[in-house]
Design a protein around this ligand. Structure first.
Ligand code: AMP
Length: 289
C-alpha cells in the first residue's frame, strides 16, 4: 500500500472548535493520491448538510502517509442485542462490559459518566474518556477534549464487501461503518480491554460495547430518542505502564481494515453468551501488534 493520504474534516458553528465553536460534524478517510480531491469534496458537502446545523467553520486537512507503517486489521465481528428500553439496554451494556473483564464498579462508573456528560464542564467531549479497567479512575490528560482516535479507514475492497454484508442485516449505514472502523482500531491495541459508546446524534439511540475478544456488540437502545448526550470510554489497565504509548497509538498510528469479521443477525443475550462460552467468538483485531 503506497502513496496513501489521510483526509480529515471537522466542522463547527460559532467559530473553530478551539475558539469554543459548537461541533457539527467530523469525518476521515485514508485514500490513494488519485482519490484525495473527491474525498475532500465529499467531506465539505457532508459538513454542510449535517442535521446538527449549518457550520461556519470547516477544516479539511490532507496529509501524506508516505513512509509510515500502516497496520492492516480484520474488522471485529458484529453482534446486535435488543433491549426493551434504555434502562434494560444500559444494564445489558454493563453485563457485556463485565464479560470483557471490566470490574463491575468501573462499568457502573463508566455508564454514569456518559449519562451525566463526561466533559469537565458537564457536556459531551470531542474525544473519549480513558478509564482504569479495575478502579474506574479517569486517566485522560484533558477531561474536556479526551483522547481522539484517528488515522483509520477501510481498504476500498473491504468497504464494498462490508456494505453488501451489512445490508443483509439492514445495517448498511454510516453510523455502523464508522463505529466499527473506530472500534476495530481501538480493540487492536492490546492495552485496551474494552470500549463503551453511544452517539451524541439525537436520532441514533443504538450504542455498543466492543473488545478484541467479544467483537463489536451493538445494544439497542442505549439512550432516549432526542437526547444529544453521548460519549466514549476506553478501558485500560493503568498498571501496564503503557498509558502514553496507548494514547500515541490511538491518535497517530495509521490502520486500514483489509478483511472483514462475521456480521451476525440480531440474537438474544443468552445466545450471545452461549457463543462466547462455547468459544465461537474468535480473538479478533490483534494482527500487527
Ligand atoms: P459519535 O458516535 O460520532 O456520535 O460520537 C460519540 C462520542 O464519541 C462523541 O461525543 C465523542 O465524545 C466521542 N468520539 C467521537 N469521535 C471520536 C474519536 N475519533 N475518538 C474518540 N472519541 C470520539
Amino acid at each position: 500500500m503506497h502513496n496513501l493520504y489521510s483526509v480529515k474534516m471537522r466542522a463547527a458553528q460559532g467559530g473553530p472548535h478551539e475558539a469554543g465553536g459548537r461541533h457539527i460534524s467530523g469525518a476521515e478517510r485514508i485514500v490513494p493520491a488519485a482519490e484525495v480531491a473527491a474525498a475532500a469534496e465529499m467531506m465539505a458537502r457532508r459538513a454542510q448538510e449535517h442535521e446538527r446545523g449549518q457550520p461556519d467553520f470547516i477544516n479539511i486537512k490532507i496529509e501524506s502517509l508516505s513512509g509510515m507503517k500502516i497496520r492492516e486489521l480484520t474488522s471485529l465481528p458484529v453482534y446486535t442485542l435488543r433491549a426493551g428500553n434504555c434502562g434494560e439496554g444500559l444494564h445489558l451494556a454493563r453485563r457485556v462490559l463485565e464479560l470483557t473483564g471490566v470490574d463491575p464498579e468501573a462499568a457502573r462508573l463508566a455508564v454514569n459518566c456518559l449519562l451525566e456528560g463526561p466533559a469537565a464542564c458537564g457536556r459531551n467531549m470531542r474525544g473519549a474518556v480513558l478509564m482504569d479497567v479495575h478502579t474506574g479512575c479517569r486517566l485522560e490528560a484533558d477531561a474536556d477534549r479526551g483522547v481522539r482516535v484517528s488515522y483509520m479507514d477501510y481498504h476500498t475492497s473491504a468497504a464494498g464487501e462490508l456494505s453488501i454484508k451489512l445490508a443483509g442485516q439492514g445495517l448498511d449505514n454510516e453510523h455502523v461503518k464508522e463505529a466499527l472502523c473506530l472500534a476495530t482500531k481501538v480493540a487492536s491495541i492490546t492495552s485496551i480491554k474494552a470500549e463503551l459508546c453511544w452517539s451524541d446524534d439525537p436520532g441514533y439511540t443504538t450504542g455498543y460495547v466492543a473488545s478484541a475478544r467479544l467483537g463489536y456488540v451493538r445494544i439497542s437502545p442505549l439512550k432516549e430518542k432526542g437526547s444529544d448526550c453521548g460519549g466514549r470510554v476506553f478501558f485500560i489497565d493503568s498498571r501496564s505502564g503503557r498509558l502514553m504509548e496507548t494514547v500515541r497509538q490511538l491518535e497517530k498510528e495509521p490502520c486500514l481494515i483489509t478483511a472483514l469479521g462475521m456480521i451476525n443477525a440480531e440474537m438474544p443475550y443468552q445466545m450471545f453468551v452461549k457463543n462466547i462460552s462455547t468459544g465461537r467468538v474468535p480473538d479478533y483485531g490483534l494482527s500487527g501488534e
